[in-house]
Design a protein around this ligand. Structure first.
Ligand code: PGA
Length: 253
C-alpha cells in the first residue's frame, strides 16, 4: 500500500500581526499545536520582515514567503531581492495570490517567479482561482489560463515540486460570499490535474500537490480534506490565533 503523505497546512498571515512580539506569540502557539499533532505538516508564511527573527527555532515547522521578487537584488526601491529572501532559508513561496493579482500581478510575472523559486530549491505555492462563477463556465477558462501561463516553459521534471492552491476569490477573507463546498472543490481539483496532465502530455495524474484555500476553519477543514480531494489547506484568518488554528489541526485528526 502506498503511504499517504501528511496533509500540508499552510498558514498565510498576510500583513499580520502588527508587531514582532505578537508574531512570536502566534508562532509559539502554532508550534505547540504542530508538535502535538504530528500527522500534519505545517508551514508558516509570515510577513517577510519577521522571517529572520522567527526562524530562530524552526522545528517542527516549515517556513515560506508570501511572494518572491523577480530580481536577485539591485536598484528596486521597496522590493526585497530574492537572494535576501533565500538567505532566510525558507522552503516555500506563495506565488500569484489573488490579493497580489488584484494589485496588478500578471500571469507572466507569476511565471517568472515560479521559475525563480524552482531554480532556487523553493517549492512554489501557485494560487489560482476565479473571482466569480458563471453559468457559461467561463471561469474554467480563467483557471486554465492561470495555470498554463504560470507554468509556461516549466519542465515536466519540476512538476513534482509545484504546489497549486485553488483559492476561489469569492470564498476568501472577511467579505467572502460563501464557503466553497467539498464537491465544488473536488471538481476543480480534477480539472487542475487534467489541465496539467494535458499540458505535459502525461499518461497518469500529475505528481503535484493541490491545496484549497478560502475561509478554511475548524468546522470545515476535515470535510474539505476528506471529500475535496486536496492534499492540504491554505489558511488565512484562522492561522492568526492558536485557538482557531488548533481547531483546524484537531479537526483533521
Ligand atoms: P482566508 O484567506 O482563510 O482568510 O479566507 C485565505 C487566503 O487568502 O489564502
Amino acid at each position: 500500500m502506498i503511504k499517504k503523505e501528511k496533509p500540508l497546512i499552510v498558514a498565510n498571515w498576510k500583513a499580520n500581526p502588527e508587531t514582532l512580539k505578537l508574531a512570536k506569540a502566534i508562532l509559539s502557539g502554532i508550534k505547540s499545536v504542530a508538535r502535538k499533532y504530528k500527522n500534519v505538516e505545517v508551514v508558516v508564511c509570515p510577513p517577510v520582515v519577521y522571517l529572520q527573527s522567527l526562524k530562530t527555532s524552526v522545528r517542527p515547522l516549515g517556513f515560506g514567503a508570501q511572494d518572491i521578487f523577480t530580481e536577485r537584488g539591485g536598484a528596486y526601491t521597496g522590493e526585497v531581492g530574492f537572494e535576501a529572501l533565500l538567505d532566510t532559508k525558507i522552503r516555500y513561496a506563495i506565488v500569484g495570490h489573488s490579493e497580489r493579482r488584484a494589485i496588478g500581478e500578471s500571469n507572466a510575472s507569476i511565471n517568472k517567479k515560479i521559475k525563480i523559486a524552482l531554480g532556487n530549491n523553493l517549492k512554489p505555492i501557485l494560487c489560482v482561482g476565479e473571482s466569480k462563477r458563471d453559468e457559461s463556465l467561463e471561469y474554467l477558462q480563467t483557471l486554465k489560463e492561470q495555470i498554463k501561463e504560470a507554468l509556461f516553459e516549466v519542465s515536466k521534471n519540476n512538476i513534482k515540486n509545484i504546489i497549486i492552491a485553488y483559492e476561489p476569490v469569492w470564498a476568501i477573507g472577511k467579505s467572502a460570499k460563501r464557503e466553497a463546498s467539498p464537491k465544488e472543490i473536488e471538481e476543480i481539483v480534477i480539472f487542475i490535474k487534467r489541465v496539467v496532465s494535458d499540458m505535459y502530455a502525461m499518461k497518469s495524474l500529475p505528481p503535484l500537490k493541490i491545496l484549497y484555500g478560502g475561509s478554511v476553519s475548524g468546522a470545515n477543514a476535515n470535510l474539505i480534506l476528506k471529500e475535496g480531494g486536496v492534499d492540504g489547506l491554505l489558511v488565512g484568518r484562522a492561522s492568526l490565533t492558536m485557538k482557531t488554528f488548533a481547531e483546524i489541526i484537531q479537526n483533521i485528526q
